[in-house]
Design a protein around this ligand. Structure first.
Ligand code: HEC
Length: 168
């Protein structure tokens, strides 16, 4: 009994250590991860088609894609929504295996029925991709006010006309 307790405690300590390490990435690693997350938002998962480049959200194709700048979700919750989509809405799921088992909100495709969200617009995402896009959003969008010209250039680069509307 005592022994088992010790092993469990040691395992828990190991796990906690692993998590702590994953969280304190070096600034360079973190910057790479955020840059990669931007590519996912922009191209690989085309989140911007529905949420707009600045993540302010949009009405139109896909319904009312919420503002991710104004979201109240935690990073964990954002990752869950990206992975599982949101049943009853057009927010797609990005985990290839979502709803094949009960990993998403305890629901299978059969249980979700008519509320089954659509699958990824473009490509499914790996857990690392999902981690990266969530880090990107929290670094560049969540909790920020109105988008700025600088953010626009940061997203599109300065050789496009995408940001002309910011100029007076
Ligand atoms: C086909 C359009 C579409 C695409 C593509 C899309 N979304 Fe969404 N998203 C939506 C809609 C619509 C909602 C609103 C769901 C609702 O009403 O609860 C939403 C909601 C969300 C939410 C919940 C916000 C909140 O505050 O509750 C997050 C987070 C999110 N999307 C992130 C993403 C990310 C990241 C991607 C790319 C990996 C993405 N979305 C791709 C349409 C889309």
């Amino acid at each position: 009994m005592f022994r088992t307790g010790m092993i469990v405690a040691a395992l828990a300590a190991c796990l906690a250590g692993g998590l702590a390490r994953a969280q304190d990435m070096s600034p360079a690693e973190e910057a790479r991860m955020i840059e990669y997350g931007k590519e996912i938002f922009k191209t690989k998962a085309t989140c911007q088609f529905c949420h707009k480049w600045d993540a302010t959200g949009d009405q139109g194709y896909g319904g009312n894609a919420l503002s991710l700048r104004a979201t109240k979700l935690t990073r964990e919750q954002v990752m869950e929504v990206v992975k599982c989509g949101r049943p009853g809405t057009n927010m797609p799921y990005h985990d290839r295996f979502a709803y094949t088992d009960k990993r998403c909100y305890g629901m299978t495709r059969e249980m979700a029925g008519a509320d089954m969200p659509p699958g990824a617009n473009n490509e499914y995402l790996s857990p690392r991709d999902i981690e990266a896009v969530s880090r990107y959003l929290f670094a560049k969008a969540v909790g920020r006010g109105a988008p700025t010209f600088e953010e626009c250039v940061d997203f599109w680069g300065k050789d496009t006309r995408q940001c002309d509307s910011f100029k007076k």
